[in-house]
Design a protein around this ligand. Structure first.
Ligand SMILES: Nc1ncnc2c1ncn2[C@@H]1O[C@H](COP(=O)(O)OP(=O)(O)OP(=O)(O)O)[C@@H](O)[C@H]1O
Length: 588
């Protein structure tokens, strides 16, 4: 309940819909309970008194009651739906917004399937309860109270017996919802498992196929699907027992009350009309009462969902703009990492004591073994993470004091694994600037050496690529990502292993194009291939998170350290490959 109240800021703005629905519900309830009084009047005062000329009037009154009931019932359903739908509209937007601003640290351990389940399934549970469940509970409660109140006018004794019998029915219904709840939980877990399996399978379909593991995946899915089926069957079994049992018990209650009411009529303590009215009211109350387990369950589920959503809403946005940010107006971009240390977790040291000054308009190359911390440096530049010690200075100001969006807009990053949206190639390139002209898009595509292959596609720039760029080669995806970064005309361009899938000639072409642009752009090139960064103004060599060598290409070769060794290995393999090619052509 506490968790439900925590999301009150989402439903309070729409309380007018709730109030309207509530008032309409009260009217419907009162009219429903008052209708049997007409029955009593018809039996006692019209039929038994042989006043048949009053029948048309009673009939008109019944029609009137039905119309009022219909109109107010429509009103409460309609307003109730609006209450739920508008509340979750805001809730969904806020949750999505939250996801955008959560730090990268959160995403490294978050499960996509679980997040998706929260934003869809859990939000829907809240809507179902706010739109209908809460009104069903209120309706049952009011019918129960109003019904007993009307009954008590005619017979206190029969009302008391009814109260006890219906109380037993509520207790049974409540007990049942406790039995059925675990089965709901199992179903929800099974749905989450199935979603994860399907999602992972689609994302990893290339790996599945490369291992010829289609049958393995089918069997794995069948196992989880089997579990889901069993959970559903189990729940269906419980429900199929519940309704007949509750209906039967409801029938027994009616029989008991009818017997007792009959005795009261025989003892002249109750009129026949009052007994008839009594039973109309009892049926009116019993039907929603037999379903109360379902409504309570809906409430419990929405509380669980509110708890899961609150977990997300309460997460701290670790990386955010300082409360009093300094302006970032300077066009030049001088990046200075001073005594920077960083670890993804407090205990580990991914980067130690990094000092790196990238002057405006210069190119910095970063090389090092896999896992040495190259990409981690980049994450610090755009505040994907904050440093543990030391600071990153942009034009002399600590990056943490700058407005985050402005800082990030300065930096164009081409990630190691380029992400392509399932949209047209044009929209993919224009992601950072959707209003860019076609001429500009073509210009950056040419710089990224992508224009030629895009023009050859069936619909050129309008070709819609599959999710995550399915249908494009790794090199094509990289070139689209480079064009995307260039379009925003960043003052800092970061190429994080962004040309690894390209042949050396294409890579050379792109790097030459970047150089020829003659912008005062600061460029970071992370690469494994020395050829990618040998022209950089400064190259740093990382080893286990520390800078172990630095300088220009020739100077580093002279040092005869790691860089030199890497160069030799790469150079030797190039010579070897040229020799093999020459031998092959001679043999032909
Ligand atoms: N999100 C993360 N959470 C925890 N540890 C991480 C995360 N990302 C990277 N690491 C760890 O930090 C270390 C440095 O990783 P980083 O990606 O910076 O290396 P890299 O030099 O870019 O490697 P590669 O050349 O393979 O891309 C590695 O040990 C890696 O396992």
């Amino acid at each position: 309940m506490k968790d439900f109240l925590k999301i009150k800021s989402f439903f309070m703005p729409y309380k007018r819909y709730f109030v309207c629905a509530f008032l309409a519900l009260m009217v419907t309830t009162c009219v429903s309970v008052a209708a049997p009084l007409l029955l009593k009047y018809l039996v006692d005062d019209v039929i038994l008194e042989e006043q048949y000329h009053l029948v048309p009037m009673v009939s008109l009154a019944v029609i009137g009651v039905a119309i009022v009931q219909g109109v107010f019932s429509y009103l409460y359903q309609y307003q109730g739906q609006w209450f739920g739908i508008k509340t979750v509209y805001d809730l969904r937007n806020t949750l999505y917004q939250k996801l955008q601003y959560l730090s990268l640290g959160y995403y490294s351990s978050a499960k996509t399937g679980d997040l998706m389940a929260r934003l869809t399934g859990d939000v829907e549970k809240i809507r179902t309860f706010l739109s209908g469940g809460i009104f069903n509970l209120l309706k049952t409660f009011f019918l129960f109270i109003a019904g007993l109140a009307v009954m008590s006018i005619y017979s206190i004794k029969l009302t008391l017996v009814t109260f006890v019998v219906l109380g037993l029915l509520i207790a049974l219904s409540y007990r049942f919802q406790k039995v059925v709840r675990p089965s709901f939980r199992t179903i929800r877990k099974s749905v989450a498992d199935l979603t994860t399996i399907i999602q992972e399978n689609i994302m990893g379909i290339r790996t599945v196929k490369s291992f010829g593991h289609e049958d393995f995946e089918v069997d794995k899915f069948a196992k989880y699907n089997h579990g889901f089926k069993d959970a559903q069957l189990n729940s269906a079994q419980i429900w199929s027992r519940y309704f007949p049992v509750m209906e039967m018990l409801g029938g027994f209650c009616v029989v008991i009350l009818l017997g007792y009411g009959g005795l009261l009529v025989l003892g002249d303590e109750l009129s026949i009309g009052a007994l008839a009215a009594f039973f109309s009211i009892i049926w009116l109350v019993i039907t929603p009462l037999t379903n109360i387990g379902f409504s309570i369950n809906q409430f419990m589920e929405s509380v669980t969902s509110a708890e899961r959503l609150n977990e997300l809403l309460e997460l701290k946005e670790e990386i955010r703009t300082n409360s009093d940010p300094l302006p970032l107006v300077d066009e030049s971009t001088d990046i200075n990492l001073k005594n920077v240390s960083f670890g993804y977790k407090e205990s580990n040291d991914t980067l130690s004591d990094i000092n790196l000054h990238a002057f405006s308009g210069k190119t910095v190359g970063i090389i090092g073994a896999t896992g040495s911390g190259k990409s981690s440096i980049i994450q610090l530049l755009f505040r994907g993470y904050d440093t543990t010690e030391g600071a990153v200075y942009v034009n002399g100001t600590d990056a943490r004091k700058l407005p985050l969006p402005n800082l990030r807009r300065k930096i164009g990053v081409v990630m190691q694994e380029p992400f392509i949206f399932s949209a047209s190639i044009r929209d993919n390139i224009a992601y950072g600037n959707p209003y860019a002209s076609m001429d500009k898009i073509i210009e950056v595509a040419k710089l990224a050496d992508a224009h030629e292959f895009i023009s050859e596609l069936p619909n050129g720039y309008d070709t819609v690529v599959g999710e995550r760029g399915l249908g494009l080669s790794g090199g094509q995806k990289q070139r689209i990502s480079i064009a995307r970064a260039l379009l925003i005309e960043p003052e800092i361009l970061v190429l994080d292993d962004a040309t690894s899938a390209l042949d050396m000639e294409t890579e050379y072409q792109i790097l030459s194009n970047l150089k020829a642009m003659d912008r005062k752009q600061t460029i970071f090139i992370i690469a494994h291939r020395i050829s990618s960064l040998k022209n950089a103004d400064e190259i740093i060599v990382l080893d286990k998170g520390k800078i172990v060598e630095r300088g220009r290409h020739n100077r580093l070769l002279e040092q005869r350290g790691i860089y030199h060794k890497t160069y030799q290995v790469q150079h030797a393999s190039q010579i070897e490959s040229i020799q093999t090619q020459t031998k092959r052509s001679r043999a032909l």
